[in-house]
Design a protein around this ligand. Structure first.
Ligand SMILES: *[C@@H]1O[C@H](CO)[C@@H](O)[C@H](O)[C@H]1NC(C)=O
Ligand SMILES: *[C@@H]1O[C@H](CO)[C@@H](O)[C@H](O)[C@H]1NC(C)=O
Length: 250
């Protein structure tokens, strides 16, 4: 009799344990699937969302709000609505939108991204007239801007718009500019573009694999903190006299 009651009690206890266990794992699954749904398309690890190479056609809006790194490399995004990146992901420090189909970079494309330090925007088909000269201005904490590859290849000179955009970096926190393979047309590196860096701490400038065939004299006065300039694979002849700058030539 006693052992029968004991058996019932044991059964009841194990039933309770079972139900409780199921409840716990159900709520854990719910949590996981909630996290998954906000990262369905992308890989979210810590504060990094990697959405590279996924055929994404517009900015993913369901990612965790607090991400600091957003990789959108190699997708089909055609448009970044004014201020949307900044509204959704204002903690972003790193943004990679290389190799998409973005045709317009306006003066509010990056509005609100006040924490952004590293921006990569190469290989997008923008035209000179649709790359606003103040596109970088909202980036209050920018350190590095990297453009690797041509804009709209049919417009040979998106390069001019990229250089005009230095105006938006006047007195900014910029430390490195990397503009590689941005044009097929030979050009002179002009002080009218570089003068915007006069009060910046620009340390590194990479202009490799462009068509630079000359620089205006006195260019180093516009970049007093410069430690390294890479002008390799251009068509320059000669050297910069009287600077302490490490030059990587041809
Ligand atoms: C941004 O561009 C728009 C449209 O071109 C213009 O109306 C506006 O004045 C510009 N804002 C700044 C700060 O340049
Ligand atoms: C940049 O800084 C210089 C020197 O401090 C100042 O004269 C100039 O007005 C500033 N320009 C802008 C656009 O803030």
């Amino acid at each position: 009799m006693i052992s029968y009651q004991l058996m019932i009690a044991c059964l009841l206890i194990s039933l309770l344990v079972h139900v409780y266990g199921n409840l716990i794992s159900a709520s854990r699954n719910a949590l996981e699937s909630k996290h998954k749904s906000s990262c369905q398309v992308c890989d979210c690890v810590g504060l990094t969302a990697d959405c590279s190479s996924r055929n994404i056609a517009s900015l993913p809006q369901e990612l965790p709000r607090d991400i600091t790194v957003l990789r959108l490399y190699n997708n089909c995004i055609t448009h970044l609505p004014d201020g949307l990146l900044g509204q959704l992901y204002q903690n972003l420090e790193v943004l990679d939108i290389d190799l998409n189909k973005i045709a317009i970079f306006g003066n509010h494309t990056f509005t609100g991204l006040v924490n952004l330090q590293y921006l990569m925007i190469g290989k997008n088909p923008f035209k000179p007239e649709s790359f606003h000269k103040l596109v970088y201005k909202p980036l209050e904490n920018i350190r590095t801007i990297q453009v690797n590859g041509l804009g709209d290849e049919s417009k040979l000179d998106s390069r001019i718009a990229l250089f005009d955009a230095f105006e938006g970096l006047q007195n900014s926190t910029i430390e490195a500019i990397i503009y590689k393979q941005i044009t097929l047309m030979p050009f002179v590196l002009e002080n009218k573009h570089l003068r915007y860096f006069k009060h910046c701490h620009l340390k590194k400038m990479v202009l490799a694999e462009n068509g630079i065939f000359a620089t205006e004299p006195g260019f180093s006065h516009n970049m007093p903190q410069l430690e390294m300039i890479d002008l390799s694979s251009n068509i320059l002849r000669g050297r910069f006299p009287g600077t302490n700058i490490f030059l990587t030539f041809i």
